[in-house]
Design a protein around this ligand. Sequence first.
Ligand SMILES: [Fe+2]
Length: 159
Amino acid sequence: MFIATQSTTSEKRSQKLISLLKTVADNERQTHKLYTDFLQSSHSISDDITDLCHTALHEDKSHFDEILACLKRLEATSHSQQAQKLFFTPEYPLTTENLLQHLRDIEAFSVKAYNEICNISMEYDYQVFDLSYRNMNENLAHLDFVSNLLNNLHAGERL
Ligand SMILES: [Fe+2]
């Protein structure tokens, strides 16, 4: 009886982890596209902002690839669960303000989701924990960057 209960708890934890990882993978895919769109649609941004955008874009692509590799490993030993699709692909064309607001919302959600993944995977799956902890911190930097861009835009400053 005890063994059966323990096994069920472990399976639930594994399914929750997989669902959250699918959600952040979808977020990383979307933010990678939004940073690309921002770079293509903004022709007069400073070199500093362009560099930071390229960094965020490449980091989010890397997060996406690494999360997919984690999912492949975890799904081999667990029943899959649907991802929570919380953000929908926006309708184009987007204004710069809408694009940045969308980016900010997804980055903020990803930070929360990675924090939850860290809490679940701590002392359970160190590979997932280390990856999620790093991704959370990199996305915190992206969130800070995008929030500053939005503040500058609202203040009427040049990006
Ligand atoms: Fe990001």
